[in-house]
Design a binder for this molecule. Structure first.
Ligand SMILES: Cc1cc2nc3c(=O)[nH]c(=O)nc-3n(C[C@H](O)[C@H](O)[C@H](O)COP(=O)(O)O)c2cc1C
Ligand SMILES: Nc1ncnc2c1ncn2[C@@H]1O[C@H](COP(=O)(O)OP(=O)(O)O)[C@@H](O)[C@H]1O
Length: 363
């Protein structure tokens, strides 16, 4: 089977899928730690002539099972599933996570969704996996159920920053059950790559740290909205995202990055869309134009270099974040802000001199 697909229930899984190799997770960010597991899944699936499938959930179980106020997710729903397919999955089973769903016992979950639903013959997992009602299932449960239902269990050692999937090929080659005992420390002492570490880095504006863990530039996407129409007067028209863009909005500040139009509005179809265009991004409440006590919305806006006559209204754009240049400041005059924006543009140009958008890498 070569079709790549996203399914939202077992009914949508094609009857002719064939036997599968599966990994399970929330995959927020689809970061290098996730990609290490996904690469191992692909290798194990290829070695056994199985279809590699990621089973994932939406909303994030933490957002369903715990109190509100949980930190936002790094990747939006559709981006997460798209990135899973880009990582080489032939299928993504994206199940709605509800209280009812969470009541499946570990064994029922494995039997209904994995064995009967996906024809699973191999599961690839980290050692800390937890699943089923009250998170009662773990690696030992999988090993026991694997013997009962006839699937292999590949337990991967932890991956640390700086390591690549290739470093751990030996562990994968070591065979399905014997990579190491569950709970035994991974191959390096450095802290794990984790979605929460990436979230923290983005919220502190530490973009290179986030990029190193993601293995790609962080992205935020939305339809371009109308703003206060000041940008053009300043000589810096900016494409404004809406108040709830897709993907975690990093700390306030000025950033170097890229802009790609991922979907053109009806009126713009036919015109060549921007792909990986150099851009200076501003995130903040534009304090130069608002008094301290005045309520002002937090804006994500992008000035694209090289052409001030674009029309991006209504298009869906994706911004890639490469580096944070400075914090957002309140300037004593509009002229002072514009002078700084000129400098910002130069800094962006220098920052991006030897950097390419991820979109261009993939072409
Ligand atoms: C490169 C760049 C840097 C910016 N830096 C600041 C800043 O430090 N302080 C600020 O108040 N606004 C800053 N802004 C935001 C501008 O105030 C905003 O783009 C302008 O008010 C236009 O708003 P509009 O798109 O709603 O018309 C910056 C914008 C850009 C493009
Ligand atoms: N180089 C550019 N970068 C960003 N947007 C541009 C550029 N050139 C033209 N535009 C257009 O101008 C709009 C922004 O102009 P601006 O005066 O800032 O208005 P608004 O306040 O509505 O954002 C963008 O939405 C886009 O359609």
């Amino acid at each position: 089977m070569t079709r790549a697909q996203i399914w939202h229930s077992l009914e949508e899984v094609p009857a002719d899928l064939g036997a599968s190799a599966v990994t399970i997770g929330n995959f927020d960010g689809v970061h290098l730690g996730h990609r290490y597991v996904l690469d191992a899944l692909r290798d194990n699936a290829a070695a056994r002539s199985l279809e590699p499938v990621a089973l994932t959930f939406w909303p994030h179980p933490r957002h369903v099972m715990q109190t509100p106020g949980e930190p936002p997710l790094i990747t939006a729903h559709t981006d997460r599933d798209r990135l899973l397919l880009l990582a080489g999955m032939n299928g993504v089973l994206d199940l709605e996570f509800t209280w009812d769903f969470a009541q499946y016992s570990a064994e029922e979950f494995v039997r209904v969704f994995l064995v009967e639903g996906l024809g699973m013959r191999c599961i690839v997992t980290g050692s800390d996996t937890r699943f089923g009602r009250a998170n009662a299932g773990d690696v030992d449960t999988l090993l026991e159920l694997g013997r009962r239902y006839g699937f292999d269990v590949v337990v991967l050692p932890d991956l640390s920053p700086g390591e690549t999937a290739a470093t751990d090929a030996a562990a994968i080659d070591a065979g399905p059950l014997d990579a190491r005992s569950p709970g035994e420390p991974g191959p390096a002492e450095a802290p794990r790559i984790s979605s929460s570490a990436i979230r923290e880095a983005l919220l502190s504006g530490e973009i290179p740290e986030a990029t190193a863990m993601l293995g790609r530039f962080h992205t935020v996407a939305d339809v371009v909205h109308h703003g206060f129409k000041r940008g053009r007067e300043l000589g810096f028209p900016t494409a404004n995202l809406g108040p709830m863009p897709q993907g975690l909005v990093p700390a306030d500040g000025v950033y170097a990055g890229f802009l790609t139009v991922v979907e053109q509005s009806q009126e713009h179809r036919g015109a060549p869309p921007l792909v990986g265009a150099r851009t200076t991004i501003s995130i903040g409440t534009n304090p130069t134009f608002h008094e301290g006590s005045e309520e002002s919305p937090r804006m994500v806006e992008a000035y694209v270099h090289g052409d001030n006559s674009l029309d991006l209204y209504g298009d869906t754009v994706r911004l890639e974040f490469v580096e944070r240049q400075r914090p957002t400041l309140r300037f004593s005059s509009v002229n002072a802000l514009v002078a700084q924006m000129e400098l910002d543009k130069d800094v962006t140009r220098r920052t991006l001199e030897s950097v390419q958008s991820d979109v261009l890498h993939r072409r």
